[in-house]
Design a protein around this ligand. Structure first.
Ligand SMILES: [Zn+2]
Length: 377
């Protein structure tokens, strides 16, 4: 469409549009703002990424750029949103149009450079955390895994992609935005580090699991300093999307890849040895295994992958059988839908691939099953 306001709206950028819309109630984590959806509510289903200039509601399926956000929130059509953002369309001279186009090209190139620098910095810092770790074998990581049912007897040799950090800081975005420090340390404790490798086999992120050997199953309790709510004890750092934690490489001619979300569940599946000779990788998080999905009315549990998401995990070309192990979850239908989307994404991208989802007993992940076993080993 020949309307200078489209470029004008993009030029303003997501942060300025958010301000113009006076959106409140979203929590900031780096370039990502998360909170309730202005359309359908909830608590954290809605997010705006100011670097990618995209918003997304996981529930009602609302998504788009700056103009889309204004349409979504103000209930306007496309032209209405342009009016709202930029005012009436102007008559521009050829010279002015050329000048603006040149400026936009420059801005685009600058943004791409910034995005690459941001990505490279995240990977570099993730690698620094990883390199500060020590070999996991004979370290407290052994004791932590034993508390999760993964004992030395069952799993004699820890993979090199796991390491131990004796006192890893847990950082949160600083709620005081006036402060010079963007991040604050709220906890420090021993952690299991895992290297996440991208499709190109290279290190792309570090995955961290804080543990506390004095707690049940070694699960560290890290309360939010403001609300007291328990925080996630597992976090990635770097560019984990598309990556995997390659816990066990199987036989050279084996083409089966078994993947669960978590390290512990993946190792439990490996120990259970239901697929002898297979490769066992952890998928880091469910969103990475699933990728973005087509959502909207009636589609919440349909498990349809949004194939425009080119960043989510895909099995390497040598895989001809992909098995997702379903972890126990508070919302098993949602987990199922995500895994189905991931399997379908893989099947579309890797013709001939057989996909399968292995369910665990209700409300438990494989790891819990292992712990509850009669222990005759
Ligand atoms: Zn919504």
């Amino acid at each position: 469409m020949d309307d200078h306001r489209i470029a004008d709206a993009k030029r303003k950028g997501m942060a300025a549009i958010m301000q113009q819309l006076d959106i409140t109630g979203l929590k900031r984590g780096g370039v990502e703002w998360t909170g309730p959806c202005p359309n359908c509510g909830g608590t954290d289903r809605f997010s705006i990424n100011t670097r990618k200039s995209q918003f997304l509601c996981r529930q009602c399926g609302g998504k788009g750029d700056e103009i889309g956000l204004v349409q979504f929130i103000m209930g306007l059509d496309f032209i209405g949103a342009l009016e709202w953002i930029c005012g009436p369309k102007q008559q521009l001279s050829e010279a002015e149009i050329a000048k603006r186009a040149a400026r936009d090209a420059e801005n685009k190139a600058r943004k791409e450079r910034e995005a690459k620098a941001y990505h490279d910095k995240a990977v570099r810092e993730g690698r620094e955390i990883w390199e500060a770790g020590r070999p996991a074998e004979d370290s407290p990581v052994r004791d932590y895994l034993a508390l999760r049912g993964i004992t030395r007897d069952l799993f004699p040799k820890l993979p090199v992609c796991l390491r131990f950090h004796p006192a890893l800081p847990y950082m949160l975005p600083n709620p005081d935005r006036g402060s010079r420090n963007q991040w604050i340390e709220i906890y420090r404790g021993p952690a299991m580090l895992a290297a996440v490798q991208g499709m190109n086999d290279r290190f792309c992120a570090v995955h961290r699991t804080w543990f506390d050997l004095d707690q049940p199953q070694g699960k560290a309790r890290i309360p939010d300093p403001v609300t007291g709510e328990p925080l996630k004890r597992k976090k990635g750092y770097g560019a984990k999307k598309g990556g995997a934690i390659r816990l066990h490489n199987g036989a050279a001619n084996n083409r089966t890849l078994v993947m669960a979300e978590g390290i512990e569940t993946t190792l439990s599946a490996l120990i259970a040895d239901a697929y002898p000779g297979a490769h066992y990788w952890a998928g880091v998080d469910l969103g990475n295994m699933s990728g973005q999905r087509i959502t909207g009315r009636g589609l919440k549990y349909a498990g349809i992958p949004d194939l425009e998401d080119a960043e989510a995990f895909l099995p390497p070309p040598w895989v001809d059988r992909l098995i997702f192990v379903k972890d126990g979850d508070s919302d098993p239908r949602d987990t199922q839908a995500k895994l189905e989307a991931g399997i379908r994404r893989a099947m579309v991208n890797r013709p001939g691939l057989r996909g399968q989802i292995v369910a665990c007993p209700d409300g438990k992940d494989l790891n819990d099953v292992l712990l509850d076993g009669d222990g005759d080993e």
